[in-house]
Design a protein around this ligand. Sequence first.
Ligand code: N01
Length: 556
Amino acid sequence: MPMNIPSTSDTEIFDVIGVGAGFSGLYLAHRLTTGGWTFAGFEAGPSVGGTWFWNTYPGARCDVESIYYSYSFDKALQQEWTWSQRFAPQAEILSYINHVADRFDLRKHFTFNTRVVGARWNATDRLWKVQLDNGETRCSRYLVSGAGGLSTPKDFDVPGLQNFEGLQVSTSRWNIELHELAGKRVAVIGTGSSGVQAIPLIAEVAEHVTVFQRTPNYVMPARNTELTPEQVDSIKGDYHAIREECRHSLGGIPDRPTPDKAFDVSAEERQRRYELAYERSGFNGVGAEFADLLTDVEANKTASEFIHDKIREIVKDPATAELLVPKYHPLGAKRSCFGTDYYETFNRPNVSLVSLRDEPIETTTANAIVTSKRAYEADIVVLAIGFDAFTGPLYGLNLTGASGRKLQDAWRDGVRTYLGIMAADLPNFFMVAGPQSPALASNVVMTIEQAVDWIADLMEYARDSGASVIEATVEGQNDWVDISEETVTGTLYATTDSWYRGSNVAGKPNTFLGYLGGVGKYRRMCAEIARRGYPGVEIDGEARVRHLGRIHQEIS
Ligand code: N01
């Protein structure tokens, strides 16, 4: 077929342009280039790593165990890499990602320090024309976002922050050394996973730390430990089976079956089991001890109150303890945090807590944060205020679809995807671990590998059938929106405000950004869709019969 070469500063047409060189982008580059596709990746940062490149704040580490939170696609890779701890720190995860990039010679596929700032589908040429922040354009047949779900920091919406003359640093763009906080008065705003990890370490060096807390969250002890050589040997000896279990699990880590409900057992038995779960910690800890903790408010209260009591035991000042007790949402309905010495930190004489529910921030001056009650002087403000999750990174690509409409306009009333991987009106565009995929509630590396493999398989399917344009149909997308919403309906997530629902960003539509049917079921669904010839997808203008809802029921 004759093809017009669009005007571009570089006339080479790539098969695929990939966005980002984090866990998604690197595996994408590996899988597609070994499959014979030409690939050009663009990464805004100076090197590989994505989330683990940017989030270098003190205490940053993953709260999914590293033996699971790592690639499974290459047996030799998982045998040669040895994790030192149960939950690897940021620096070790970044070393691992660098090792993967070198081992598979992936850096050559990427241009660094270069951000994709726009992309438009050209229906005539069947190409994406991609705009880079250096003013250049590139063209490709496919465009795949590996831009991540938690990579766009939320706007600094703290009143008057522009007046502050001291140092401001954000956890998601941390660019100072911890020792620079020594002897300083530090204000930390935000007590989600990032704040919870950073606060204890900042408190060890700062003269004083004032923690500004809006919503107290549930923080359970991470119980990080060194991995012993015996543990490492045992994992490596069994890695194939471990990965298989993760692939067919609920959250991408081995399931811990919980057939009984909270009120099936006596109060004493519940307490005993919560104590054991609290010792175990992690995502299979207290919040997963009974089957109905995320669907029944009363059941959830038994677990929530168990944590409330732990907080009251740990924190010596009763007034501070009460402020730290999470009373505004059920345990787990908003992302739980796993910390080290978090509550203990509030027993230090150099740490104080300000509840923004009782005294909201009114403004910030040159040297203080001013609440409705008083001014809190600070030399440094640390912002741990979170991300514009999932849609932030996608809207940053400024995608214009076949109809000429921007993605942010198409999703004005809420996210609409097909499997969290494709979207109607965006031909030949894929999202790795996008909204309405299991990414939000899973070991994301496992979700990334599965999505990349599915995307690559679909591209190969089209190539083998001589087709060049793949697009989700509106009907297929509608089906998936219904299915993903069904997985949330009736859970406590449906009624709790959090970044899971977009409620942390002003004006963002309140729709759940994940699929809660589980990693295993999602994998089976995706495989079944492929087996049936991709229902809900149009390939070169031919729409495949859909009925995704029925398939989802059948594969239960
Ligand atoms: O962000 P968050 P995060 N004024 O949105 C508060 C992953 N992660 O970076 O709850 C005052 O959770 C906000 O208050 P509220 C993980 O998936 C993983 O900590 O909105 N306060 C909240 O306390 C996690 O869930 C790891 O009322 C403001 C905090 O800031 C996700 O990333 C580590 C405010 C933001 O919490 C995000 O975590 C780190 C304002 N204007 C992150 N705006 C691990 O694996 C926001 N807040 C361990």
